[in-house]
Design a protein around this ligand. Structure first.
Ligand code: ADP
Ligand code: MG
Length: 571
C-alpha cells in the first residue's frame, strides 16, 4: 500500500458540494438513484470495452449491482462489478467536474433551492449527491483487468479535500460506502431502500440485489420471532431494459424515471413515443420530448442524439446520426437488431440502416408533436405551448435543414400576429381568417414584438383588416427564406419590394397613387439625387396610412434585421 495522499477538490466541486448538501436535503433519497445509475453506467462501459477485450470480464460476466446495509457501522454500500476505477480515474473523476459548460452552470446558480436543484440535475453531478445523506464517503475500486494490488481507496468528508491510497482489492469494480449522517438512518432500513429502488431504478437493465430478509421464529418459547437478514441475494428490480418491455406493462412513472436516468434532467418529459419498428431495418425506438431546454442547446459542443444499443448492448451515448440536428433536444434510446456490435461513429455515418432509423425517428417526433398541437385536450395543448416556448426556435431550423419534412414542420410553427400577442397563430389559422380576395400570407420580421407591431409598414394592412404575422425570433427571417408558400398560398414579407395587394387594392387607390407619382416626380427625383448613396430609389406607395415615409428592402435583398444580424456576426 502506498501512503494515502490528500488532494483538494477543484473549486467548483467544493461550491457544488455545498450546494448539493444545502439545496437537495428536501429530496434526499435521490442519492440512491444517482449512485445506482453510476453503477449501471460502469457496467455498460465494461460491456462495451469487453466486446473487444473479453479478458476484462476476469471470468465473471454476471454483471450486477448490490446494496448492503450495516446497522452497526451505519453504512449503506453500493457495489458493482463494472469497469472500476484506477487511482488516477478516482482523482480525475471524483475530484473535478470535467464537463463543458460547468463554469456557465456555476454562474447560473441563483441560491433558489428549487431552481438550483434542477440545474444540478441537468449537469449530472450525481456522485456528489451521496453527501446529502453521508458525512463521509469511501470508494473502493479496482479497474477491470488491473492487478489485485492496484486497487484504490478514495475517502472524503465532502468538504475541501479527499484522500487517495492504493489498496489490494480482489473484486473487480466499485463499492461506494456511505457513512450515513445521524438524520439519515432511515436508509439502513432494507424495506425503505427497496421502495426507493423500485421508485427510481426499476428500469435499470441489470439486477439490483439485496440480501433477502426472512422471518425467523424465536429460539426459545414465548419469545417473539424476528426479521433477519439472510445471506441469500434477492433481485429487487425488474432487471430488464425498459424499452424491451411491452408498452402496456410500463407505467408513466417508470417512463419518467427512465427519462431522468438517461437525460440528467429532473423535470418530467412532456411526451414520449415507444415503438418496435419492423421492416427492412428492425429497431426499437423510445424517444422523449423534454419540457425544458438544456443550457447547452445552442452550444457548438452540445450533446446531441440518442443512446444507441445493439441487441441490448450499450454502444454509445450521443449518437448524433440518429436524429437530424434540429431535433437535437430529443432524448432517448435506439436498440437496433441490425447494426454490428463493433459499430463506430464513422460507420454510423455511412450506414443505410442508420439513415432509415433517423428518418423513422424524425417522422415519429413530428407526428408526436402534431398530436399534441392538434389535441382537443387542454393539458395536451398546454404541453405543446410549453414545447414551443422552449424549442420552437430550434424546430424552425428544420424548415431549412429538412426539405422532405418542410411542410410538416411548417404546420407546427406558431407566431404572434396583429390579432394575437400570444405566439399561437399557425399558418392554417391565418389562412382560415384571410379576407375575401387576399392571396398571400403576410408577415413582418422585426427585433421585437413592439417594434413589429408599431411598424409603419403595417398601416395599410390594418386599414384593410388584413392580419400580418409578427416574426420576432432571430432565426425567423432566415428560416422563412426557405418557405415560400404554405399549402399553395405564397408567403410575402411586408417589408420587401412593392407589396402587391393585388385584388385587395381598389381602383381609386391605384389611380390616386399613379397621379401622385406623376405630380410628385420632381420631388422624388430630388430625393433620389440627395439620397443616392443611401437609397436605391424613392417611390410613391399605397402602403402607408399615417406615416409619411418608410424604408423597404428590395424583394431579393437582405432585410434590415438580417443585415444587422450578419453585421453583428462580423460578416
Ligand atoms: P456522471 O455519471 O454524469 O458522469 P457522476 O458525478 O455521477 O457524473 O460521476 C462522475 C464520474 O465518476 C463518472 O463519470 C465516472 O467516471 C465515475 N464513477 C462514478 N461512479 C462510478 C462507478 N460506480 N464505477 C466507475 N466509475 C464511476
Ligand atoms: Mg452519474
Amino acid at each position: 500500500n502506498t501512503p494515502s495522499k490528500t488532494h483538494s477538490f477543484q473549486a467548483e466541486v467544493s461550491q457544488l458540494l455545498h450546494l448539493v448538501t444545502h439545496s437537495l436535503y428536501s429530496n434526499p433519497e435521490i442519492f440512491l438513484r444517482e449512485l445506482v445509475s453510476n453503477a449501471s453506467d460502469a457496467c455498460d462501459k465494461l460491456r462495451f470495452e469487453g466486446l473487444n477485450n473479453a479478458a476484462l470480464y476476469e471470468n465473471d460476466s454476471d454483471l450486477a449491482i448490490r446494496i448492503t446495509l450495516d446497522k452497526t457501522k451505519k453504512t449503506l454500500t453500493i457495489t458493482d462489478n463494472g469497469i472500476g476505477l484506477t487511482a488516477q480515474d478516482a482523482i480525475d473523476n471524483l475530484g473535478t467536474i470535467a464537463k463543458s459548460g460547468t463554469k456557465d452552470f456555476m454562474s447560473k446558480l441563483s441560491g433558489d433551492q428549487k431552481a438550483d436543484a434542477q440545474l444540478i440535475g441537468q449537469f449530472g453531478v450525481g456522485f456528489y449527491s451521496g453527501f446529502i445523506v453521508a458525512d463521509k464517503i469511501t470508494v473502493e475500486s479496482r479497474r477491470a483487468g488491473a492487478p489485485i494490488s492496484e486497487g484504490v481507496r478514495w475517502v472524503s468528508g465532502g468538504t475541501g479535500d479527499f484522500t487517495v491510497e492504493t489498496i489490494e482489492r480482489a473484486a473487480r469494480g466499485t463499492s461506494v460506502i456511505l457513512h450515513l449522517r445521524d438524520d439519515a438512518e432511515q436508509y439502513l432500513n432494507a424495506w425503505q431502500v427497496k421502495q426507493i429502488v423500485n421508485k427510481y431504478s426499476d428500469h435499470i437493465s441489470l439486477p439490483i440485489q439485496m440480501y433477502k430478509e426472512a422471518w425467523q421464529d424465536a429460539k426459545e418459547e414465548n419469545q417473539p420471532g424476528e426479521m433477519v437478514t439472510t445471506d441469500e441475494w434477492e433481485t429487487i428490480n425488474s432487471a430488464s431494459a425498459l424499452w424491451t418491455r411491452p408498452k402496456k406493462d410500463i407505467t408513466d412513472e417508470q417512463y419518467t424515471e427512465f427519462y431522468k436516468h438517461i437525460s440528467h434532467d429532473f423535470t418530467a418529459p412532456l411526451a414520449w413515443a415507444h415503438n418496435r419498428v419492423e421492416g427492412s431495418t428492425e429497431y426499437t425506438q423510445l424517444l422523449f420530448i423534454p419540457a425544458q431546454a438544456p443550457q447547452d442547446l445552442y452550444y457548438r459542443d452540445s450533446k446531441t442524439g440518442l443512446k444507441l444499443y445493439v441487441k441490448r448492448v450499450f454502444i454509445m451515448d450521443d449518437a448524433e446520426n440518429l436524429l437530424p440536428h434540429y431535433l437535437r433536444f430529443v432524448k432517448g434510446v435506439i436498440d437496433s437488431a441490425d447494426l454490428p456490435l463493433n459499430v463506430s461513429r464513422e460507420l454510423l455515418q455511412e450506414s443505410r440502416d442508420v439513415k432509415t432509423i433517423r428518418e423513422g425517428n424524425t417522422r415519429r417526433i413530428l407526428s408526436t408533436l402534431e398530436q399534441l398541437a392538434n389535441s382537443e385536450d387542454a393539458t395536451e395543448q398546454e404541453k405543446f405551448r410549453t414545447f414551443y416556448a422552449q424549442f420552437g426556435a430550434v424546430l424552425k431550423e428544420g424548415v431549412a435543414e429538412d426539405t422532405g419534412n418542410r411542410d410538416k414542420i411548417a404546420k407546427l410553427l406558431r407566431f404572434a400576429s396583429t390579432t394575437s400577442d400570444e405566439v399561437s397563430r399557425s399558418f392554417a389559422d391565418y389562412k382560415a381568417s384571410m379576407i375575401d380576395g387576399q392571396e398571400a400570407i403576410y408577415y413582418i420580421t422585426a427585433d421585437g414584438l413592439a417594434a413589429a407591431k408599431h411598424s409603419p409598414q403595417l398601416e395599410v394592412f390594418r386599414k384593410k383588416g388584413i392580419e400580418v404575422l409578427l416574426m420576432t425570433d432571430r432565426i425567423d427571417e432566415w428560416a422563412l427564406g426557405y418557405l415560400t408558400e404554405f399549402e399553395g398560398t405564397p408567403l410575402q414579407s411586408v417589408t420587401k419590394g412593392a407589396v402587391d395587394l393585388g385584388k385587395l387594392q381598389d381602383d381609386d387607390e391605384k389611380k390616386a397613387a399613379e397621379s401622385a407619382a406623376e405630380q410628385l416626380k420632381p420631388l422624388l427625383d430630388k430625393l433620389e439625387a440627395t439620397l443616392k448613396d443611401k437609397a436605391k430609389n424613392v417611390r410613391i406607395t399605397t402602403r402607408l396610412v399615417d406615416s409619411p415615409a418608410c424604408l423597404v428592402a428590395d424583394e431579393h435583398d437582405l432585410s434590415p434585421q438580417l443585415a444587422k444580424m450578419f453585421k453583428q456576426m462580423g460578416q
